[in-house]
Design a protein around this ligand. Structure first.
Ligand code: ADP
Ligand code: BMX
Ligand code: ZN
Length: 290
């Protein structure tokens, strides 16, 4: 298949890189995701893709949102600044007329991380704690995409029926409690509201309210892992996203798991490809399907 260009479109950042046949990444770059405006998103994608169009044989896209028939439909439009619908495949095709394969970002990352387990197990869950909370399920060695691209949208399982209203329209979704956005939002009442990275820094410095916010997120993820495990009898969970990979977070999830009955404590580890799981997974998926 030759060289691929992989994109990973998240609610906060868009990454792009060349991916060789052997999975080697090069020329990785990253920009901030334009929010709320389809024309700006299209322009950003054009800027990223056009320099590569003569140099690659295919384009592989991992993207936030429900990816169905080449369109991106936001389950939680707030994660994209209110943008609810975007013709992703058409947009990329208009920049580069190349084979283009699209997948949800959590699904793509799950695929790359599962491959990295080298056949150790058959059933794995990937969870990204990032702008939102996303996921991907590999079940009996197969990636679950779903008939409408919905499979793995575990951030919208219920964490607290009395919790905040989620941008998807449901109350108390895990995403509204655990995501980086939710962590930042939890400081809104503070004299000086801060973002998720700052909440983590404050928590590490021993600031109790910050610690409580981070722990609340991690506890919600531990509960999510338990629900998924008891539903699917999984072998392992893999944690990614800037919050999921933040220093101390995995330990907090494990700490919360200790409060659960042993049967619910699904083994969990950090994504071995770190921030590149989505890029790599999309490229692998595209190679296999083209
Ligand atoms: P995307 O959602 O675009 O894939 P990220 O995985 O980087 O992007 O997740 C973005 C979220 O992670 C934001 O809410 C941001 O505030 C938060 N974040 C970024 N860096 C850190 C960090 N070092 N520690 C904790 N949270 C972070
Ligand atoms: C949201 C949803 C998922 C996505 C997840 C993580 C939208 C726009 N996105 O639950 O499709 O997988 O966020 O996305 O509805 P990220 O932006 O945090 O990487
Ligand atoms: Zn929701």
């Amino acid at each position: 298949m030759g060289m691929g260009l992989a994109l990973d479109i998240g609610g906060t950042k868009i990454a792009a890189a060349l991916v060789a046949d052997d999975g080697q990444l090069s020329e990785r770059q990253q920009i901030v995701t334009p929010r709320g405006d389809a024309a700006q998103l299209a322009a950003a994608l054009e800027t990223l893709v056009s320099p590569f169009r003569q140099r690659v044989d295919f384009i592989a896209v991992a993207s936030t949102g429900i990816i169905n028939h080449g369109r991106l439909t936001a389950l939680n439009p707030a994660n994209l600044g209110g943008l609810a619908d975007f013709p992703l495949q058409e947009c990329i095709r208009s920049v580069a007329d190349l084979p283009c394969v699209l997948l949800n970002d959590g699904q793509a990352a799950a695929w790359a991380e599962y491959q990295a387990l080298n056949g150790e197990c058959d059933n794995a869950l990937f969870v990204t704690v990032s702008t939102g909370v996303g996921g991907g399920i590999v079940w009996n060695k197969k990636l679950l995409v779903g008939q409408h691209g919905l499979a793995g949208h575990i951030g919208h399982t219920s964490s607290d029926p009395q919790g905040p209203l989620c941008g998807c329209g449901r109350r108390g979704c895990a995403e509204g409690i655990a995501s980086g956005t939710a962590i930042g939002a939890a400081t809104q009442e503070w004299e000086q509201p801060v973002n998720a990275a700052q909440v983590f820094e404050m928590a590490r410095a021993g600031h109790t309210p910050a610690e409580n916010i981070v722990q609340r997120s991690a506890t919600s993820i531990a509960s999510l892992l338990a629900d998924m495990h008891i539903t699917l009898d999984l072998d392992i969970a893999i944690l990614g996203g800037s919050v999921g990979l933040a220093e101390g977070y995995l330990q907090r999830v494990k700490f919360a798991q200790r409060a659960l009955p042993p049967l619910y404590r699904l083994p969990v580890q950090a994504a071995c490809h770190r921030q590149d799981s989505g890029l790599l997974g999309a490229a692998m998926w595209a190679r296999a399907s083209l």
